[in-house]
Write a protein that binds this ligand. Structure first.
Ligand SMILES: [Ca+2]
Ligand SMILES: [Ca+2]
Ligand SMILES: [Ca+2]
Length: 310
């Protein structure tokens, strides 16, 4: 003798429970409405119940199959939601390379930040808080200086009269590391830098709070000139809701020159995530509605045809 415990929320099962006592091996008194239904049957023989001249065949296996289908469906939806929502937490959006001649070209323009710093090097040193470069230093105006174009007061195709940040080892590159304690406790969610001179290929990488890579952006836009030309200058950046602990920018051979290091903290909206979550929830509701409607139809059909009078 085998005992099965079914969830009695299934309408067909509940109806049988309500009609207790049942015979043919059903445990008397175990079918209280809203409780769990205990069904006992022998050797996997089809269940058979009878009450007031009506009988039901195979109802417990059918109910069990429905319960299993419902569980599998629910598990699939739950897995889908969990699988989709979990990556949202640390989602990162890489930016660039995009042309950049002044701070107006920053993709961060218009964003409301808790804090935001942009270092254009024009004071002759890095003065913004909470950031440390791994190599290099600010260079003064010269024929070779390649500042962001507008920093010298005119967007004219050259950045010679501005200041920039230079390191003589492009392949090693420059890593800018952020210190949360110097930034009100929050690592920046938005970080960008403008590459202004060097040789191809250019490579930008960002790292999360645990120093795991958030992704890489590469570019091939160096013009091969080293006289302060700005047409090749490009913005590289990242937006990451989990915070950015450092960025690394490199290029092939020779030195590397950058400018307009910028970073800030803002709540990162996840419109795509919310939209897709809404779609998932809507799908869930639709499936529930269709499932309930199908069940009602089956129950109605069963009432008309399957019970045989005895
Ligand atoms: Ca500059
Ligand atoms: Ca200029
Ligand atoms: Ca340049």
């Amino acid at each position: 003798m085998q005992a099965l415990v079914l969830n009695a929320r299934d309408r067909g099962v509940r109806q049988n429970c309500r009609n207790s006592p049942l015979d043919a091996g059903v445990q008397p008194g175990a079918c209280a409405v809203g409780s769990r239904l205990t069904v006992i049957y022998e050797n996997h023989e089809p269940f058979r119940a009878r009450w007031a001249g009506r009988s039901w065949r195979n109802e417990p296996p059918a109910a069990l199959a429905r319960a299993r289908r419902g569980f599998h469906w629910f598990a699939a939806v739950a897995a889908c939601l969990v699988g989709f929502l979990m990556p949202v937490e640390g989602r990162a959006q890489l930016l660039g390379p995009t042309p950049y001649l002044s701070s107006n070209d920053s993709p961060f323009v218009g964003i409301t930040f808790s804090y935001f710093h942009l270092e254009n090097m024009e004071s002759g040193a890095i003065m913004v808080p909470g950031v440390t470069p791994s190599a290099g230093g600010v260079i003064n105006p010269s024929f070779f200086t390649d500042s962001v174009d507008a920093d010298d007061g005119a967007i004219d195709g050259f950045g010679r009269l501005g200041h920039s940040f230079f390191s003589n080892d492009g392949p090693v590159g420059i890593r800018f590391t952020f210190t949360a304690s110097a930034l009100g406790g929050d690592l920046p969610t938005h970080v960008g830098i403008v590459w202004t001179d060097g040789t191809n290929a250019i490579r930008f990488e960002a790292f999360d709070a645990a120093n795991n890579s958030l992704g890489v952006v590469t570019g091939n836009h160096a013009d091969g000139s080293f006289g302060g030309q700005t047409g090749e200058d490009r913005f590289y950046g990242i937006i990451s809701s989990g915070g950015v602990s450092s960025i690394l920018i490199q290029n092939g051979g020779g030195g590397i020159e950058v400018d307009h290091l910028q970073y800030g903290f803002a709540v990162v909206p996840e419109p795509a995530a919310f939209a897709l979550s809404g779609v998932a929830v809507s799908g869930l509701a639709a499936c529930l509605w269709r499932r309930r409607r199908r069940r009602r139809r089956k129950v109605a059909a069963g009432r008309k045809s399957s019970p045989d009078r005895r």
